[in-house]
Design a protein around this ligand. Structure first.
Ligand code: FAQ
Length: 317
């Protein structure tokens, strides 16, 4: 017991000195579990996050926008793959993680349980959802676990391209016909509150934050990141002539931040419990894709076995 205590102390001192923890380093079991939980939820979010946008690929209004959207959705798949690999370095089995997603046991970001009903939603998702994701992920580039932090560096570069393409779409619509501008405003009205919920519960209601901050898995709290995102996004909305749907939103000279209205936490908890507008649809779509992809996994396994056998025979000869 005494020895475990001193190992934990040494671990904390190592983290405090800004060293990265690598897969083969000793780590407290709870550190490992917390990371597997967070990284796998993040991976699931990237994978489920492809669905709301994939919905618009066939209906993108130009070849240019179709190409961009297709590339963006493909990037999200890549992010999911890096993140599952990062979780594997902690000893997690990818198949177990995927099964937990498909059965509805695992969480993924609340934001992907809202519908994308107009083309302007592609703008709002890129601008707001990727914008919120970047705020969170720039902080995670400095997370204490090496493989996660390195995956985040590349992911952030791609997300910032996504954010810009979303903002460009919103800018175009907002400076278009009155109907287009109304479409952009409607998308902002529907995506604003779910986007600021993405950062998770208020700090005082966040059970994992204190320990994750101590271990430097998280470098900034949920509320700090939410405030950063709001402060950055409000002027962007003003610049393109759109209105944030929050009557309580007001610049506060004293704090140097925007004050904002009350978030509907009941809605947030309903969505993460599985009762959001699209939770069922999203899980059904993932299960269908998984079932329809069975032949690809079988073929890849058969090929790997054949190659291994060939190599073995080659070495024997
Ligand atoms: N949705 O104690 P905390 C993207 C859960 S970006 C669902 O504060 P923590 C890119 C939380 O897991 C989106 N559940 O938790 C993209 C915990 O549940 P548990 C993904 C949420 O971990 C863009 C409970 O509530 N980004 O995919 C949410 O310290 C466009 C208590 O919360 C990441 O995952 C939520 N919004 O802080 C893709 C970033 N918030 O496990 C496609 C990495 C909280 O105890 C298109 N994750 N919960 O049962 C993180 O930074 C953290 O996990 C937080 C939550 C900040 C999300």
């Amino acid at each position: 017991m005494g020895e475990t205590h001193s190992l934990e102390e040494r671990f904390q001192a190592y983290v405090d000195a800004e060293n990265k923890i690598e897969p083969k380093d000793w780590m407290p079991e709870k550190y490992r579990k917390t990371l597997i939980r967070q990284i796998s939820q993040h991976a699931h979010s990237e994978v489920v996050g492809m669905l709301p946008e994939a919905n618009w690929i066939t209906r993108a209004p130009s070849l240019r926008s179709k190409l961009i959207l297709l590339a963006k959705v493909q990037d999200e798949a890549g992010h999911g793959l890096y993140l599952y690999s990062a979780a594997e370095t902690l000893g997690a089995d990818r198949q177990d993680l995927v099964e937990d997603l498909l059965s509805g046991k695992a969480k993924y970001s609340s934001i992907f349980n809202y519908p994308t009903i107009s083309w302007a939603d592609m703008g709002a998702v890129g601008w707001l959802v990727d914008g919120a994701a970047i705020a969170n992920q720039v902080m995670l580039c400095r997370t204490s676990y090496g493989p996660y932090s390195r995956a985040m560096v590349r992911i952030c570069k791609e997300e910032s391209f996504h954010q810009r393409q979303g903002y460009e779409t919103m800018m175009k619509l907002a400076s278009g016909t009155p109907e287009q501008k109304a479409m952009a405003q409607d998308a902002l009205n529907r995506w604003w509150w779910p986007s600021i919920m993405m950062f998770g519960p208020r700090d005082e209601d966040s059970p994992n934050s204190a320990q994750s901050m101590k271990w430097k898995i998280k470098r900034k709290s949920n509320d700090e990141l939410r405030q950063e995102f709001i402060d950055k996004t409000v002027p962007q909305a003003e610049f393109i002539g759109l209105t944030i749907p929050d009557p309580d939103l007001k610049w506060n000279e004293e704090t140097g931040h925007y004050d904002f209205g009350e978030i509907n936490w009941d809605e947030f908890y309903q969505v993460i419990k599985g009762n959001g507008p699209c939770n069922k649809q999203r899980l059904d779509a993932r299960n269908k894709a998984h079932d329809e992809g069975a032949w690809v996994r079988e073929a890849a396994n058969a090929y790997a076995e054949k190659e291994a056998k060939r190599r073995k025979e080659g070495t024997a000869a």
